[in-house]
Write a protein that binds this ligand. Structure first.
Ligand SMILES: [Zn+2]
Length: 333
């Protein structure tokens, strides 16, 4: 044998192990054994005996480093509480705001105390509980920041200062990279319920396609909460949908549900309204909760959701479509 010997390989392995852990250890041990075998010596008990202290050392070293990093990660996770996040938000926003921790949310607002109180209690409290009860089996382990700005000027100014860009919507949005819900609450609390769905569904059903994500989020932007959970109500998107149906411009349900996310967003208004009122149709038929759970739990069998919609309604979409359109046209604001 020439070049690097087995002991040198093991020493290099120890250093690499400190950096990248057990996969390197496995490779190094295999290399040592392979080299021995190549030289025609086989893997004798002498070799094994010689390598044993090094293996024990490396194994112990790896276990220690994994233990240390796991303990670090655990304490890091445990550290993020709504209270701790609130303290960070106070540093960002200062004294002109009120602060409150509700469920998994750290909320700040410069609106009047009564409005903040109402949103904290109803939206962040009751609506969150209802979402969890009806739909979500995986709870978020992280804290969400909720910024409730009192008017358009405050919303735009602070969004620019905090996140570096002026929002392209007057209502509010969810910034996934910062786990932040940013709202202009002068436009009402509906957008917050909508955006909360997007935030929470990322944990429960990360691959949910846009049509279902927007259909459910927008369904609850106008809602009330009963003992059973959230109930979506007719809202401003209805006339858009009725108009598109009247003009024969609405894509079929199958089309809305099977286009990719980019195409869904490109044809915004009609698709949003179509998806919203299809979710509402499922709700009215008492099939919505069942549909969501089936879709999430069997996503790999059909990534569009068509199959599960047909299963819960007991009919092909093409049979559902005329019935759904008739129901939509009969709805009143
Ligand atoms: Zn949305």
């Amino acid at each position: 044998m020439s070049g690097i010997g087995p002991w040198e390989l093991l020493i290099i392995g120890a250093i690499l192990c400190a950096l990248v852990g057990v996969p390197v250890l496995v490779v190094v041990v295999l290399l040592v054994l392979f080299k021995k075998k190549q030289c025609g010596q086989g893997i004798g008990t002498g070799t094994m005996r010689a390598a044993l202290p090094a293996l024990v050392f490396l194994g112990g070293f790896w276990a220690l480093s994994v233990g240390v990093s796991a303990a670090g990660a655990e304490t890091g996770e445990a550290k993020e509480t709504p209270e701790k996040v609130l303290a960070e938000m106070k540093k960002e926003l200062g004294d002109g705001f009120q602060y409150r921790a509700v469920r998994c949310f750290a909320a700040a607002s410069d609106a009047d105390p009564a409005s903040f109180d109402r949103i904290a209690h109803f939206t962040l409290g009751d609506c969150y509980d209802a979402y969890e009860k009806q739909f979500f089996k995986t709870r978020p382990a992280q804290v969400y920041r909720v910024y409730l700005f009192k008017d358009d000027a405050s919303y735009r100014k602070h969004a620019k200062e905090l996140f570096g860009s002026v929002p392209d919507t007057p209502f509010g949005y969810y910034l996934d990279s910062r786990r932040a819900l940013v709202m202009n609450i002068a436009t009402g609390g509906g957008t917050l319920v909508h955006e909360m769905f997007h935030a929470l569904v990322r944990v429960d059903f990360p691959d949910i396609p846009a049509w279902a994500n927007e259909g459910l989020g927008s369904l609850f932007e106008q809602c009330h909460v009963t003992d059973e959970g959230l109930v979506g109500l007719v809202n401003w998107r209805l006339p858009i949908l009725q108009d598109a149906i009247r003009k024969n411009e609405l894509p079929t349900l199958r089309k809305i549900m099977t286009v990719d996310d980019a195409a869904f967003y490109a044809a915004r208004a009609g698709n949003y309204a179509g998806a919203r009122y299809f979710m509402m149709y499922l709700q009215e038929n008492r099939r919505l909760v069942d549909f969501y759970a089936k879709f999430r739990d069997n996503f790999k069998k059909d990534r569009t959701g068509v199959r599960f919609a047909e299963e819960v309604l007991g009919r092909k979409l093409e049979e559902v479509e005329p019935d759904w359109r008739k129901w939509v046209m009969g709805l009143k604001r």
